[in-house]
Design a protein around this ligand. Structure first.
Ligand SMILES: Cc1cc2nc3c(=O)[nH]c(=O)nc-3n(C[C@H](O)[C@H](O)[C@H](O)COP(=O)(O)OP(=O)(O)OC[C@H]3O[C@@H](n4cnc5c(N)ncnc54)[C@H](O)[C@@H]3O)c2cc1C
Ligand SMILES: *[C@@H]1O[C@H](CO)[C@@H](O)[C@H](O)[C@H]1NC(C)=O
Ligand SMILES: *[C@@H]1O[C@H](CO)[C@@H](O)[C@H](O)[C@H]1NC(C)=O
Length: 532
């Protein structure tokens, strides 16, 4: 089967561009700027002198396998590079990159940064896209986690220690070789840590819970440089916060996570089927999907995506509906019968093993979602069912956008419907992840290649916002922090129950009183950088 997400290749004819743009603008009232994040950050007053790496004062404190990279180093561009590189939502270039290999390397790096009043940020898979990242001004310290790659399966085979720098795909394959699996994000090139810090959604969550729910303990380096261990019985308050609001609290050097035998239950074989429908079928498709939500088994994952697909419809985006099913094809086929009965215009299917799922979806290392993007704006709309009228509005805004602005033709819309049995079995107050009852993640991905064209930036931001507003419909705003755009309220990201924000603010006062961790969906927002 080819990628689920249609690869748009054509430029659309531009009918009544102006009318369509003004329509979209009227959908987002009073939005002169999509976010109140300060746009231009002052550069550091005194960039550090560029001496040699070997003589750098931090070097002597680092372990021999750690690397310290200055901007003059040939490997700097690669290490500073990000999946989506637009400076509107990427951190500004660092004056120093450290690749730690031990928790102590991270600790010394943080102490050094603090002593020199330099902001710092940890990075692993570089897929983060919140606009808050752009508030890391030029000249900071990047703690690049990619060499923290420890992987140790415990003797009893029930847990594994994972270095904070592993990618999801690496965790999947290393566990698989040993007959094990656990929840990770679906995209191979996204880190293990990034999703875990915000909760973490993936194929196996219906069986095992979120990525964060697998965590038994972690080694965390605080904003002071102190290295601490967290678990239920050891700084349980911080452990609670790291699982959902972790970006705000520390650098995770290592995780200990639960792992599960592949052969338990249904084994590691997955069937999948993909159905394509023309846009006009949207109401039927999602009315059926709402019905199927009621009985979605823990081993079935629903995914749909909207995108241009000339082969199916030259005029409008196409709806791809997929079911990934942990079990034999006959069972999958039986389960998907109602979808087939709707009469799709295209159909494909396949059988794979657990590591093969990513390729089936186009999110493997070689797939389109692991290739560099210039700009990707993602929005997070977390809801508990499909609001058909809202989906229709969203689809129409999306179609209008494609028709009006060919530069945005690569944009797609994702509707992720993982199973939730094991997610909802975890008590809602036991972690900082606040959206256990939102079964669906809807996300417009707005992609474009041009950088530095302010007209296009503004237009893309407006369309992205218009799609977000349409997709929410009347639902309460709830946004998965890892897909957040950067203009969400704290309640939308971290939960509406007042105790949640109180508890998180208490953790900030206790564990990060100087607010060093403030560049990813920050809980404490300095100055006028508040969210809308
Ligand atoms: C194509 C694509 C697919 C995705 N698929 C999924 C998915 O299946 N499931 C899911 O849940 N999410 C998914 N996401 C969202 C993903 O969780 C976020 O983009 C996440 O921020 C990516 O983490 P990263 O390490 O790859 O990116 P980075 O940009 O390197 O990190 C993001 C932020 O995480 C923090 N961070 C990273 N590493 C560490 C560390 N070791 N310790 C402390 N802080 C750290 C930093 O604040 C950093 O700014 C996807 C995103 C994209 C773009
Ligand atoms: C660290 O990572 C870099 C780049 O991935 C690699 O070239 C280097 O060998 C790694 N260093 C160690 C000590 O693992
Ligand atoms: C910037 O983008 C807009 C919208 O796509 C386009 O009309 C304009 O020509 C672009 N400007 C430049 C200088 O490329």
């Amino acid at each position: 089967m080819r990628n689920l997400i249609p690869t748009p290749t054509r430029a659309l004819l531009l009918a009544s561009i102006i009318a369509l743009i003004s329509l979209a603008l009227s959908a987002c009232p009073s939005s002169s700027s999509p976010t109140s994040i300060p746009k231009e950050q002052p550069e550091l007053e005194q960039p550090l002198p560029a001496g040699s790496e070997a003589e750098h004062p931090l070097k002597q404190h680092l372990s021999s396998s750690a690397q310290l990279i200055l901007p003059s180093d040939p490997s700097y561009p690669l290490l500073a590079h990000r999946w989506s590189s637009n400076p509107l939502h990427a951190p500004h270039p660092p004056s120093l990159i450290v690749l730690p290999t031990t928790p102590s390397d991270i600790s010394h790096t943080i102490r050094y940064a603090n002593a020199h009043n330099l902001p710092f940020l940890a990075t692993t898979g570089t897929h983060g896209t919140t606009r808050w990242l752009s508030t890391l001004r030029t000249g900071g310290v990047l703690i690049h986690m990619r060499n923290m790659t420890r992987f140790d399966l415990s003797e009893d085979g029930k847990t594994a220690v994972l270095g904070g720098g592993l990618l999801s795909g690496e965790v999947v394959s290393r566990l698989w070789e040993r007959g094990k699996q656990t929840t990770t994000g679906v995209c191979q090139c996204v880190s293990f840590s990034g999703p875990a810090l915000g909760g973490g959604h993936g194929w196996l969550q219906g069986r095992y819970g979120l990525v964060a729910d697998q965590v038994v303990s972690a080694t965390v380096v605080l904003g002071s440089g102190e290295v601490v261990h967290v678990s239920d019985s050891d700084r349980g308050d911080l452990f609670w916060g790291v699982r959902g609001a972790g970006h705000n609290l520390g650098v995770v050097a290592e995780w200990r996570v639960r792992v599960h035998d592949v052969e338990e239950g249904r084994g590691g074989s997955w069937a999948y089927e993909m159905f394509k429908f023309e846009g006009g079928r949207l109401e039927e498709v999602y009315e059926l999907a709402n019905g199927m939500l009621e009985t979605q088994p823990e081993y079935a994952v629903h995914w749909s995506a909207w995108g241009l697909d000339d082969e199916v419809d030259p005029d409008e985006p196409v709806i791809s509906v997929s079911v990934f099913y942990n079990g034999p094809m006959e069972e999958c086929h039986e389960y998907t019968r109602p979808i087939r009965d709707l009469g799709p215009v295209a159909y494909s299917s396949g059988v794979t093993d657990y590591p093969g799922l990513s390729a089936a979806l186009g999110v493997d290392f070689a797939g389109v979602y692991c290739q560099d993007q210039r700009t990707a704006y993602i929005r997070a709309i977390d809801v508990d069912r499909y609001d058909i009228a809202a989906l229709r509005n969203w689809f129409d805004v999306y179609s209008e956008m494609l028709a009006a602005e060919p530069a945005l033709a690569k944009s797609v819309c994702m509707l992720e419907g993982y199973s939730v049995q094991a997610v909802q079995a975890v008590p809602a107050d036991s972690t900082a992840f606040p959206h256990r009852h939102q079964r669906l993640m809807l996300s417009p991905f707005t992609f474009y290649d041009e950088i530095g064209n302010r007209t296009l930036d503004d237009e893309a931001a407006r369309w992205s916002k218009a799609m977000g507003i349409a997709a929410f419909g009347t639902a309460q705003r709830r946004s998965y922090v890892n897909y957040g755009y950067g203009d969400e309220t704290l309640q939308a990201l971290y939960g509406y129950e007042p105790w949640r924000l109180e508890k998180l603010r208490g953790l900030k006062r206790k564990y990060d009183p100087d607010n060093r961790f403030r560049f990813f969906a920050p809980l404490e927002q300095d100055g006028d950088g508040g969210v809308v």
